[in-house]
Write a protein that binds this ligand. Structure first.
Ligand code: NI
Length: 164
């Protein structure tokens, strides 16, 4: 077990770009194991390495559909849009409605360096986008929807409900 300290907003490291992982070795596996423990102990659905102060392109996710490790992840396609409230373990007490794609496809390596393609919609898509954003120094508040976008999303939802 290795629970690491989660860096919070205000620390410059959260704004830095993470470097690709080149060596799939014991050091990476230790980092992944610690990130898993840290995410679960903080009750999170995702964690990026930068949030424990390590500038490497490594992410762990569990939105309730099982645990995933993404090394060097990249979004390869996006579809649709969604406006939902989001938060972040590095920004305790904060939340904002963000604009995100509804569905994304991501390619990523596993802890042994093998490539895989994953697809996620709804919460899983938000989580992929949120964690990959961390690797480029972005926080969810950078993706906050404008008042106009929120109003339009609300009206679209209402229209759908009225038609039911
Ligand atoms: Ni976050």
């Amino acid at each position: 077990m290795g629970i690491r300290k989660i860096v919070t907003r205000g620390d410059d490291v959260l704004r830095k770009k993470s470097r690709p992982v080149e060596n799939f070795n014991k050091k990476l596996w230790n980092l992944l194991d610690d990130m898993k423990d840290t995410m679960y102990s903080a009750d999170g659905v995702g964690l990026a390495a930068v949030q424990v102060g390590i500038l490497r392109r490594v992410v762990v996710i569990d939105v309730g559909e099982g645990y995933m490790e993404l090394v060097n992840p990249e979004i390869i396609s996006m579809e649709g849009e969604q406006f939902e409230a989001e938060g972040c373990l590095s920004c305790p007490g904060e939340s904002a409605v963000t604009k995100r794609p509804f569905t994304v496809r991501v390619k990523a390596q596993d802890r042994n360096g093998n490539w895989h393609i994953y697809k996620g919609s709804g919460l899983k898509a938000r989580c992929f986008c949120h964690e990959i954003d961390h690797l480029d120094g972005f926080l969810f508040t950078d993706r906050a929807a404008s008042d106009e976008e929120k109003l339009k999303a609300f009206e679209d939802k209402k229209k759908l409900e009225d038609n039911d």
